[in-house]
Design a binder for this molecule. Structure first.
Ligand code: FES
Length: 251
């Protein structure tokens, strides 16, 4: 049974178009969280919790930074929270990415799209503590939506792609793959069409994908998030994932 916490809002900031970075204080959650996990937030005035990605944690300061895009009334209400207010949070939820999957000396491709970029950043930060080479390919709609480019550049060879070509490379993340050279494995998080394209393009490579589907209960009880697997079974994104082997699930 996941625990619920009241997390205190420390800061709320627009870092790109419709994109909010929010720093929360809750030492226990900060210490427990691994990259790729998410928080299930209950926004005041709404009945359904919302899964929100974690972009950073600072266990020493007891903080967790979440990142979300304003896509509807719930996220608009969340963006209106002010420092000092508290949010009821369930989590951290999900399996997350494993640092131990990556060995010293490996060259690792990280692919993030839109609001799938924050978990990839959290993972990249942890991986950068190891002796590994990181390549990051980040996809956004257009220039106005780009965020974390400089932060990635500090730890990874970074390529930014925009769909409309208003910044960086034009097209989709897969269009940059011929440029990145050989790598040992990849990790990707983003919208389903992007993950489909990435796993198809990299079908001969070892990889893991993190799905950011809309969820219901977030704790494995409602079946709103099931995903078929290659062995004719299914997995629940919220409790079995959101991270899966690219070879294990059918996207
Ligand atoms: Fe309810 Fe996954 S969201 S089972």
């Amino acid at each position: 049974m996941k625990k619920k916490y009241e997390m205190k809002v420390l800061s709320v900031e627009f870092i790109a178009k419709e994109t909010i970075e929010m720093e929360l204080y809750q030492p226990e959650v900060s210490k427990q969280t691994v990259p790729g996990q998410f928080l299930h937030l209950l926004v005041s005035g709404f009945t359904l919790r919302r899964p929100i990605s974690i972009a950073k944690v600072d266990p020493q300061a007891g903080t967790v930074t979440i990142l979300f895009k304003i896509v509807g009334d719930g996220t608009k209400a969340l963006a209106a929270y002010q420092p000092g207010m508290t949010i009821n949070v369930l989590g951290p939820n999900g399996n997350g990415f494993s640092i131990d999957d990556v060995k010293d000396g490996e060259r690792v491709l990280l692919v993030g799209g839109g609001i799938g970029v924050p978990p990839i950043y959290h993972f990249a930060k942890r991986l950068s503590e190891k002796n590994v080479d990181l390549i990051a390919v980040l996809g956004f709609q257009s220039k106005d939506y780009v965020f974390y480019e400089e932060a990635f550049k500090e730890i990874a060879e970074t390529y930014v792609v925009t769909n409309d070509g208003s910044y960086g490379y034009q097209g989709f993340v897969t269009h940059v793959f011929p440029e990145v050279g050989a790598f040992d494995q990849y990790f990707s998080c983003g919208p389903l069409p992007m993950l489909r394209a990435v796993t198809t393009e990299l079908k001969d490579s070892k990889g893991k994908v993190s799905l950011e589907e809309r969820m219901g209960c977030g704790v494995g009880a409602c079946m709103a998030c099931v995903l078929p697997t290659v062995d004719n079974s299914y997995k629940k994104i919220c409790s079995d994932g959101p991270v899966f082997s690219a070879q294990e699930v059918i996207l």
